[in-house]
Design a protein around this ligand. Structure first.
Ligand code: ADP
Ligand code: MG
Length: 764
């Protein structure tokens, strides 16, 4: 099974996505298809042995669409005349811009025609109420001949997509929004043309003074204008990826054979030594081997202060060198870089579907056929009920007006744009702030979260504890005790272990030989040194071992926020060290702001109760769950969920992965610029806890935007269809002109995309 993402060309409307989905699903071997109108991308999972990629595009081509392979990964390594072609994206953007330019010239050519039509219409109406003198005969005749010509231009030049939509409907039985507009405008045109052509013959039956050329012209112009504005703003919603792509340097200055030479980015290989001058962008990921500098990583972290990097530190592609020249060794290139991962993640997330969209999708899938049926039923009803009371001519005229009006106003366009455009903006905005969101569903769920559970170490604290106290309670010399402890911790990845090793290094103590090492999860470590079994770990571990320890010192130190680690043999405690892990400076404000948003914040930790409470007090958390084993963290999350809480868990992913997986929303703290802990729904780059608040806010206003969009999209259709159908006619003689239907339709899509764009300016 293979899954590919394609760019889709030729989509005009949300109903297009369901047409493409249905068509591709019928291909033998295709397991699933997801087409997104917002991003104009199709995700297809298929069995390679049964079908092939080339087939997909062929299937949808007759319907007016084309599929094109699109993958950022490909883009970043594929080569094009010596330059790296991460520009597949740019290319498709260029095409879109050309398309928009074409649309623009069409719209511009149609607007004067629409203005003239509206002018004539207005004059006629005003004259009917004797507000202005009726048109002089010659003037009337002039317009009488001008209108069919203008309508012909509007329909056959500006309105080609709608004609094609009609053609495809007749030929393949597939209808989309273009089909609706096509049927509506062609009906109006043909009726009018028949009246003009057979004026004398038809005179006895209908009012031949009345034609619909103006409707054809104005509707097509308005809809084309709407499409143009929509396409223009849609392009703007997706510029976050483009900004990221622009961070990719095109060349790199490498040292080869002792000489510096500039090569194209795709020629860089692992292990290349790359020279970076001040002001230059780092082209690939790597490790500094010579000199040091300050690097501005704001672009992917949102952190504005340049960070000092020395030999051995990692640098990532896309970030900017500021002060000094340095050399680094390339470790990750092309699609392996952090930047490529971020881009891929943003792209995937923007293309994913939010659960809230399900209803809109269902509706737009059945909308077109339902509307077609409705329009015909409505025409029938006008004739059936109208002829006896209004007479044939008037009933037909009203019926046709309604028929065209319904077809025009019913397009589910805005419905299809409502969710994806807001998601694109939300996810893109997140990426800019160093908040990587895995998919739309995560972004949606986050706004409902009532409880946020924070891991202590590495989330609220810096995760870089320091050893602050050493109490030897044995007869062994201090040096020996330190080296025993350091030896035990040498195989542990725990931050506490680092602190101890650091201390031993400072004291100049060497490690001994360790065997049968074992991690006692959430409690400590054990292992044999010189044939003796030693333990290092928490107070709880000492209790398990049945050893006694200095209760008083532990009580007083833990209350100060220090974590006690005890070294023991099977028989007695040998020493106690104290480590302290300072809280992140931004933690307190972050907790405060979460509280302000009405979210309850809970600290979860394996650490000593007193230590936990002390740290919690420092950051303003009142609910603390301490001394839990890693596997019990999961249980705690489950309990909270049972109480009906929607829980987000924030952790570093080191030993809280199961708890993260259980939470409704999992949020991982990225350390450094490590990207995207795969399992997490959201990754906060640089472990910046203040981004948590931003993420919640982002989710809230994105969802609010989506709901507003959906409301407006539904509102237009729900109100528009009965109005256009003449539901109010029997009561007040009110009937929505197709001209206003066209205007409303254009306005609905534009307002929805505009509302999504507005989210961009919101402060997260
Ligand atoms: P947290 O919830 O803060 O991530 P852990 O579950 O990782 O905490 O660890 C809980 C406790 O277990 C620590 O506070 C410490 O007392 C003890 N511990 C864990 N790993 C080690 C280790 N490598 N050395 C000593 N003690 C450890
Ligand atoms: Mg932890």
């Amino acid at each position: 099974m293979r899954t590919e993402t394609y760019n889709v060309k030729g989509m005009h409307c949300a109903s297009c996505s369901s047409v493409i989905e249905k068509t591709l699903k019928k291909v033998d071997g295709v397991a699933s298809v997801e087409v997104n109108y917002g991003t104009e991308k199709a995700k297809v999972s298929f069995d390679e042995t049964k079908t092939e990629v080339e087939l997909f595009s062929k299937r949808v081509e007759p319907l007016g669409y084309a599929l094109e392979v699109s993958s950022v990964k490909d883009m970043m390594v594929r080569v094009d005349d010596g330059r790296v072609d991460h520009t597949g994206h740019m290319k498709s953007k260029k095409e879109k811009q050309n398309e928009i330019a074409r649309l623009r010239s069409k719209v511009l050519s149609a607007i004067p025609l629409a203005v003239i039509s509206i002018f004539i219409m207005g004059w006629d109406i005003l004259a009917e109420y004797s507000k202005v003198p009726a048109m002089a005969y010659t003037v009337k005749e002039f317009f009488h001949h001008l209108l069919p010509i203008m309508a012909t231009y509007a329909l056959f030049v500006v309105g080609t997509p709608y004609l094609l939509g009609l053609y495809r409907f007749l030929r393949y039985g597939k209808a989309n929004m273009d089909t609706l507009i096509g049927i509506g405008t062609v009906t109006a045109f043909l009726y009018s043309f028949a009246v003009s052509a057979f004026e004398d013959a038809l005179k006895p039956f209908i009012n031949v003074d009345y034609t619909y050329y103006d409707v054809t012209i104005v509707v097509i112009t308005f809809i084309a204008l709407g499409k143009y504005l929509e396409a223009k703003s849609k392009l703007k919603t997706g510029d976050a990826i483009e900004k990221l792509l622009n961070l990719q340097a095109k060349t790199a200055l490498v040292v080869r054979d002792g000489k510096e030479q500039e090569i194209a980015i795709h020629e860089v290989v692992h292990g290349d030594l790359i020279v970076i001058k001040p002001g230059a962008r780092i082209p690939v990921d790597g490790v500094i081997t010579e000199s040091s500098s300050f690097i501005d990583e704001s672009i992917i972290s949102g952190e504005s202060m340049p960070v000092e990097k020395n030999v051995g530190d990692t640098v990532v592609a896309g970030t900017m060198n500021t002060t000094k020249s340095f050399i680094f060794k390339a470790t990750k290139i092309g699609a392996e870089t952090v930047l490529a991962h971020i881009i891929k993640m943003v792209e995937d997330a923007q293309g994913s579907r939010a659960p809230i969209q399900a209803l809109a999708d269902k509706i737009s899938a059945v909308f077109v056929p339902v509307v077609l049926v409705l329009a015909f039923l409505d025409l029938g009803a006008w004739l059936f009920f109208g002829i006896p009371s209004l007479g044939f001519s008037a009933a037909l005229s009203y019926g046709l007006t309604s028929f065209v009006g319904i077809l025009v106003i019913a397009c589910p366009c805005a419905l299809g744009l409502a969710t994806p455009t807001a998601i694109i903006v939300g996810v893109g905005k997140g990426a800019k702030e160093g908040i990587l969101i895995k998919d739309a569903a995560t972004l949606e769920k986050l706004h409902k979260v009532t409880t946020i559970v924070l891991d202590k170490t590495g989330t609220l604290t810096k995760g870089k504890p320091e050893l602050t106290g050493f109490h030897n309670v044995s007869t062994l010399p201090d040096g020996k005790v330190i080296s025993l402890l350091a030896t035990l911790e040498s195989k542990s990845e725990h931050p506490i272990a680092h602190a101890i090793l650091e201390y031993a290094k400072m004291k100049g103590e060497r490690n001994l030989v360790l065997s049968d090492f074992e991690i006692l999860k959430g409690k400590g470590v054990k292992g044999f040194i010189e044939d003796t079994l030693y333990f290092a770990g928490s107070v709880a571990l000492m209790k398990d071992l049945g050893l006694s320890y200095d209760v008083q010192t532990i009580e007083s130190e833990t209350l100060k926020g220090k974590t006690p680690i005890l070294l023991a043999s099977k028989n007695s405690v040998i020493a106690m060290v104290l480590v302290s892990d300072p809280v992140k400076s931004e933690a307190k404000v972050a907790v405060e702001q979460l509280h302000k948003q009405g979210i309850s914040v809970i600290m979860l930790t394996g650490d000593h109760k007193n230590t936990a409470v002390s740290i919690a007090r420092e950051v303003g958390i009142t609910e603390v769950i301490a001394e839990v084993l890693p596997e019990d963290k999961l249980q705690k999350i489950k309990e909270l969920q049972k109480e009906g809480k929607i829980v987000a868990m924030v952790g570093d992913g080191v030993n809280d992965a199961p708890a993260l997986a259980q939470a409704d929303v999992s949020i991982a703290m990225g350390t450094g610029v490590d990207v995207a802990i795969e399992a997490a729904g959201i990754t906060l780059l640089y472990g910046d806890i203040s981004k948590l608040v931003k993420a919640v806010r982002l989710s809230k206003f994105t969802m609010r935007g989506i709901k507003q969009n959906l409301f407006w999209a539904f509102f237009y259709n729900v109100v528009g269809i009965p109005l256009a159908g003449g539901a109010l006619f029997p009561l007040w003689g009110l009937l929505l002109s197709p001209v206003f239907a066209g205007l409303a339709m254009a306005f609905s899509s534009v307002s929805v995309v505009g509302n999504s764009l507005r989210l961009k300016t919101k402060k997260a």
